[in-house]
Design a protein around this ligand. Structure first.
Ligand SMILES: [Ca+2]
Length: 413
């Protein structure tokens, strides 16, 4: 995955846009109170193409048969490891787990109610779904579920209100690795008194790469949106007969990541577009809210603004019909986070990670935004998220993973 076919087409925004434009977008991203005054000024950056597409009915088969919960559980206790990458900056890096295989995604949430606080979910290329906990000063992990296909991304939410704790929605391959071809699959993982359970929710004609939970469907009920290399987004809604695909909309490229956005979702696509989808009484509608020459890979939202990470290494803010990059890596980016982190006076911080193995936080200084490398790993990083962990009670930590097989937790000074 991660085709480089678009790399040569990537825009060099740093040479095309005056610095002040970027700084104005940065300020808008960090300080919502400034956003209105900026939006009232002259147009910033490019004018985005908008394409309305009518919704199409879902036709894919449900494939919602329950599958066996393997739940091969192994608990490993490890000594906590603390490494300061940049002592001057004071950020700490904790190795929460070394799982010995390429990891695609991490998410944070209270998926195991038998332990207090949130856990980390990590997905392995082998199809393993790991749950990592921190308690009594020690990180532990277990393989909650072993699925037959490589798992790529996951989301945590309360999909089964009758079950304690939160559930995990995971997407990836139905069988084999992401480059093997064949069907994609979405699964729901939950924990009840007898242990971990897994249920197949949906089969796609191709790899499923993106998943986001909740708020997408105007009708009552909980829902999941999945998207992937079949170049469509599909809503899965829980009905009386279980989870069923309800609506689908075509995408201009493969869907790589999704986030809830303005009553619907925004999807980062491999053709360089960011597509907004939302449900209406007549079905789904979609429009392209931003487009770039390079593939888009990860996406975050603070309610108004989108933060998009791309194959060209650009971290781009999309807001008010304009866009501009705030950070540029020399390699592909695979992280987009907007979250309040410690040490930033409650302002949401922007963060990213990528194939250069670096976790970067955008630090607001007197001279504008400055990127700060807060952690490095020995191999490509493939995902970045933020969440509250029992490790610290006073703010969100960054969590990342990738090809090294390590799950890193990064905390501010
Ligand atoms: Ca818990």
């Amino acid at each position: 995955m991660g085709s480089s076919r678009n790399e040569c087409e990537a825009k060099v925004l740093s040479e095309q846009q005056p610095t002040f434009r970027v700084r104005r977008l940065l300020l808008a991203a960090l300080m919502p109170c400034l956003a209105l005054s900026l939006a009232a000024g002259p147009a910033l950056g490019q004018v985005n193409e908008t394409t309305e597409a009518s919704a199409s009915a879902a036709s894919a088969s449900a494939g919602a048969a329950e599958v066996e919960a393997v739940a091969e559980v192994e608990v490993v206790a490890e000594d906590p490891v603390d490494q300061e990458v940049d002592p001057a900056a004071g950020w700490s890096v904790h190795v929460a787990a070394e799982l010995g295989e390429k990891l695609g995604c991490v998410a944070v949430g209270d998926v195991d109610p038998t332990w207090p606080g949130n856990e980390i979910v990590a997905l392995g290329a082998s199809g393993s779904v790991y749950v990592i906990s921190f308690h009594d000063g020690v990180w532990t992990h277990e393989r909650a579920v072993q699925l037959p296909g490589e798992m790529i991304q996951c989301a945590v939410g309360d999909l089964l209100p009758e079950v304690a704790g939160l559930e995990i929605a995971v997407v990836g391959m139905a069988q084999g690795g992401e480059s093997d071809g064949g069907e994609g699959a979405a699964h729901l993982i939950s924990r009840d008194g007898s242990g971990w359970r897994v249920e197949e929710l949906y089969r796609s004609p191709a790899l499923l790469h993106a998943v986001v939970i909740g708020g997408l469907d105007p009708r009552p009920g909980l829902d999941i949106l999945v998207a992937g290399f079949a170049e469509e987004a599909v809503a899965l809604v829980r009905g009386t007969e279980g989870w069923e695909p309800q609506d689908a909309v075509r995408l201009p490229g493969a869907g790589k990541a999704a986030v809830t956005y303005k009553g619907g979702a925004a999807i980062a696509c491999t053709d360089g577009s960011v597509v907004k989808v939302r449900g209406t009484s007549a079905g789904w509608v979609s429009n392209v809210v931003d487009r770039d020459g390079a593939g888009r890979a990860r996406i975050a939202c603070d309610g108004e603004r989108l933060l998009v990470a791309g194959d060209d290494g650009a971290l781009v803010i999309v807001a008010g019909g304009t866009s501009g990059w705030v950070y540029k890596s020399n390699d592909k980016l695979r992280g987009a986070v907007i979250s309040p982190l410690d040490g930033f006076n409650g302002f949401p911080s922007l963060a990213t990670a990528g194939y250069d193995g670096q976790v970067v936080v955008m630090r607001y200084t007197r001279n504008g935004m400055q990127p700060l490398v807060v952690a490095t790993d020995s191999d490509r990083l493939h995902h970045l998220t933020a969440g509250q962990l029992p490790l610290r009670a006073d703010g969100n930590a960054l969590v990342t993973c990738g090809y090294s097989g390590r799950v890193l937790v990064v905390t501010a000074p």
